[in-house]
Design a protein around this ligand. Sequence first.
Ligand SMILES: Nc1ncnc2c1ncn2[C@@H]1O[C@H](COP(=O)(O)OP(=O)(O)O)[C@@H](O)[C@H]1O
Ligand SMILES: [Mg+2]
Length: 293
Amino acid sequence: MADSQQQLDIPASEQIGPTGRPLVEFPEPAPLDEHGPARIIAMVNQKGGVGKTTSTINLGAALAAYGRRVLLVDFDPQGALSVGLGLNPHDLELSVYNVLMQSRLDPHEVIATTAVDNIDVLPANIDLSAAEVQLVGEVAREQVLARALAKVADEYDVILIDCQPSLGLLTVNALTASHGVIIPLETEFFALRGVALLVETIEKVQDRLNPGLQIDGILATMFDGRTLHAREVIARVVEAFGDRVFDTVINRTVKFPDASVAAEPITSYAPTHPGAEAYRRLARELISRGGAP
Ligand SMILES: Nc1ncnc2c1ncn2[C@@H]1O[C@H](COP(=O)(O)OP(=O)(O)O)[C@@H](O)[C@H]1O
Ligand SMILES: [Mg+2]
């Protein structure tokens, strides 16, 4: 805290951010006059508990607050994204599972609106855990999600896919359907373990299925700036990925679990909390990098 207090007197442009680069302000995005077709982004890390779902909800909510029409796809059988937006996965008659398995089912019948303006959700529940096995026998099994999202992409500006913690066929479907990937990394000692395998998977998908796929950025989450350790971890991540690391870093705060319990994005649960501002900054950074309209 002492560091950030001291920095208050220094102009933002001369401050050094947690990634070791000068802090920059990303401009307020201009409102959109027209909507769609969506840029599709997969939130991927085969490790659980790194902030994928939290980042999907809150980046989505921040983009929505900037007037972007956002569809959030729950692509994890745990259904945490659906719960985090106030849906009860047990009550779902139809979910993303049905969209995958019944090619004639219109995704519009499954997409739900939420209490947050400009955010819709394609929900999931435990049914999705069967899809991995059932899809294996399908023709073009890696493209099933891409085909389904193509039917709704024109109505949204951004589609974020919250992946399950694995690099299996569902995640490959998400990567095949996407223009970009965001990799959330928990800022702790083993953060980079497994990332090489993830990058290899992304490269295979680029080679064989989706040549246009880009890594939009690496997002450091659960950062505790008071510890030297966390700062060292960020330095290692920046060493490995350079400018692909988002300048925006998400601090560790109990407000995120609190907001999940309330089934709301932090941007509406505690709009003035620094955690809400962090995801708004991430949204501005993503837009200014061309990762979202
Ligand atoms: N920045 C943060 N600070 C503190 N807790 C967080 C933060 N981001 C996420 N969490 C909490 O950590 C847990 C795992 O986050 P989650 O987004 O569900 O990860 P994943 O989807 O990668 O498994 C959840 O309980 C969530 O509320
Ligand atoms: Mg999750």
